[in-house]
Design a protein around this ligand. Structure first.
Ligand code: PEP
Ligand code: CO
Length: 460
């Protein structure tokens, strides 16, 4: 058959790590010095990778299990990591909250949980506008620490190619520390008390959390006594990294072949995702992602057209391999009831196998009267509950949750056990981008999800 020369994807069937350049690339920064950008990308391409192809393949297999209902995914972390916040305390706090949540989910789901951080590379952000205007002055928008700085000055907002290197190095430091902690037994299931956060002792959630964890410890001891083995190869506990594959030059730089394995891998992360703003099936992001062998995710929601989504699924997963593609839906509590069943039906009608994950954060963002970007805990919880019920009602399965959170004691989302109000947000509002659940709110969500998973199990 002749190639359709009006369609660049036909023409460019021979994918390469740079073939995305033949397609419209949204959300890319403008660099004033292209030679400096090129220099930074060449340097990046020569640095050692952050992850390995065998870890990526292992994750792909686990996600395939999740797509078939045998595992549950917890994907969580900051909206955006900050270069200035790469400290031991912040990294351990983030790891602690993820471990605590995952243990609660294991208990509720009664199946293994795949832990995936939004970390070690989550530095680039899509923005609704290229520029920001304040008091008649127009400057480029802040696009995350991989690109520029948040301060509203021309110097800070200029895209700086050296930040690509700095972000990559911070990602390496973060991952190195996480690997060392896990190898050193930090994630030992026998000692969940290692993961307690100091300030959380006084949390209204503490009692319930410790009660549930004690029951996990008891079950573990019971199994070990019966089987006569010690459970948990703790240095082999799986922790995977993910980030939005937004800056395509950065992603391309670590896209490689590896010895003794076919295909191409993005070795800067295990699990890259396409954000909702760059998810066109005809765009550069789809082109880049279709050629790599990492498992992929795509954010979908109110702006997603079902025809486009079906085309995108064909582009990204032409062989319909389970675990290859995860759809992370983020409709918002107001829209999920109407829109999600239609999406589930459309995907199923075409016989596509996807793993469904709910992001209850990004469809529920609002701005308070005093100018804080926030999300209400009730909305987040309601969208999650509705998503579980809708999937269940449609004969589908919600296979994971995607949450923006921090291990710090911030006040960015309203509600939760302490009943934070709009007025309380100013107490500890840190984010430059999206509002995150704090430690307590994140635990509360995990307990709710665990209960929901347990009740679905009991019904089945
Ligand atoms: C995000 O995950 O931080 C994000 C920008 O999400 P979305 O693409 O769903 O808006
Ligand atoms: Co976000």
């Amino acid at each position: 058959m002749l190639a359709d020369l009006d369609n660049p994807r036909e023409e460019a069937r021979a994918w390469s790590p740079s073939s995305w350049k033949n397609f419209p690339a949204l959300q890319q920064p403008r660099y004033l010095d292209p030679a400096a950008l090129e220099g930074a990308l060449v340097e990046l391409a020569e640095l050692p990778p952050l992850v390995t192809s065998w870890e990526i393949v292992a994750l792909q297999e686990q996600l395939a299990d999740a797509a078939l209902g045998r595992r549950f995914v917890l994907q969580a972390g900051d909206c955006a990591e900050r270069i200035s916040e790469c400290s031991s305390q912040r990294i351990t706090n983030k790891l602690k909250i993820l471990l605590q949540m995952s243990l609660l989910l294991v208990q509720g789901a009664a199946c293994p949980v795949i832990r995936i951080g939004r970390f070690a590379g989550q530095y680039a952000k899509p923005r609704s506008s290229d520029d920001e205007e304040r008091n008649g002055v127009r400057l480029p928008s802040y696009r995350g620490d991989l690109i520029n700085h948040p301060e509203f000055t021309p110097q800070a907002r200029a895209a700086d190619p050296q930040l690509l290197i700095a972000g990559y190095e911070r990602a390496a430091l973060t991952l190195n520390y996480i690997r060392a902690l896990i190898k050193g037994g930090f994630a030992d299931l026998h000692h969940p008390e290692y993961w307690d956060l100091d300030w959380a002792q006084s949390s209204p959630m503490a009692g319930q959390y410790h009660h549930r964890i004690a029951s996990v410890k008891d079950s573990l001891r019971f199994m070990e006594n019966i089987l006569g083995i010690r459970a948990g190869d703790t240095d082999r506990i799986d922790f995977y990294t993910s980030h939005e594959a937004l800056h395509l030059g950065y992603e391309q730089a670590q896209t490689r072949r590896v010895p003794r394995r076919a295909g191409w891998f993005n070795l800067a992360t295990h699990f890259p995702w396409i954000g909702i703003r760059t998810s066109s099936p005809d765009g550069a992001h789809a082109e880049y992602m279709r050629g790599i062998d990492n498992p992929l995710a795509v954010k979908v929601g109110v702006p997603t057209k079902l025809d486009d989504l079906l085309r995108l699924i064909d582009v990204l997963n032409p062989h319909n391999r389970p675990g290859r593609l995860t759809l992370i839906h983020r409709f918002g509590v107001e829209h999920v009831d109407k829109a999600l069943p239609k999406m589930i039906d459309a995907v199923r009608r075409e016989g596509k196998i996807v793993l469904w994950v709910c992001d209850p954060m990004h469809g529920n963002t609002r701005t308070t009267s005093n100018g804080y970007k926030t999300r209400s805990f009730d909305d987040i919880e309601s969208e999650l509950r509705a998503s579980f019920d809708i999937h269940h009602g449609c004969g589908s399965r919600l296979g994971g949750v995607h949450i923006e959170l921090t291990g710090e004691n911030v006040t960015e989302c309203t509600g939760g056990a302490r009943g934070l109000s709009d007025e309380d947000l100013s107490q500890a509002y840190e984010t430059e981008v999206d509002p995150r659940l704090n430690y307590e709110q994140a635990l509360e969500i995990a307990m709710m999800v665990a209960s929901k998973l347990a009740s679905i199990r009991e019904e089945a």
